[in-house]
Design a protein around this ligand. Structure first.
Ligand code: SF4
Ligand code: SF4
Length: 109
């Protein structure tokens, strides 16, 4: 019988961060469009970094969807500012349907 191996942690993965484009503080999976508290608490230097990046998208904040997040460390395969990540990243369920689908899409079983 062909059974999937359960996903138990993010070690050696990071593929969800490979599709987010940038830290998305202005929406969550469950609540649609809203500002999250982690944006309000974000250090000024990170706000400046994200705002400058968003300006390069020409007004379409989804233009980079599907591309690696600007905070993703491709060598260490983790978030450069994990402590400050948006709520939507915190809500992303390890081993959930989206996680498993993305892992398969990127060849991580
Ligand atoms: S796709 Fe799943 S296992 Fe991989 S980093 Fe994201 S939450 Fe973790
Ligand atoms: S966890 Fe960090 S690197 Fe991954 S999508 Fe969220 S902000 Fe970007």
């Amino acid at each position: 019988m062909n059974q999937s191996v359960p996903v138990i942690n993010c070690e050696g993965c990071g593929v969800c961060c490979m599709t987010f484009g940038h830290p998305r503080y202005f929406w969550t999976q469950d609540q649609g469009s809203m500002i999250d508290q982690h944006w309000i608490d974000l250090p000024k230097s990170m706000v400046v970094e994200i705002e400058a990046y968003l300006e390069t998208l020409g007004g379409d904040d989804d233009a980079d969807f599907g591309k690696p997040c600007i905070w993703f460390d491709k060598v260490k395969l983790n978030c450069r500012h994990h402590r400050h990540r948006p709520q939507v990243c915190r809500d992303f369920e390890i081993g959930g349907d989206s996680c498993v689908r993305l892992r398969r899409q990127f060849g991580i079983e």
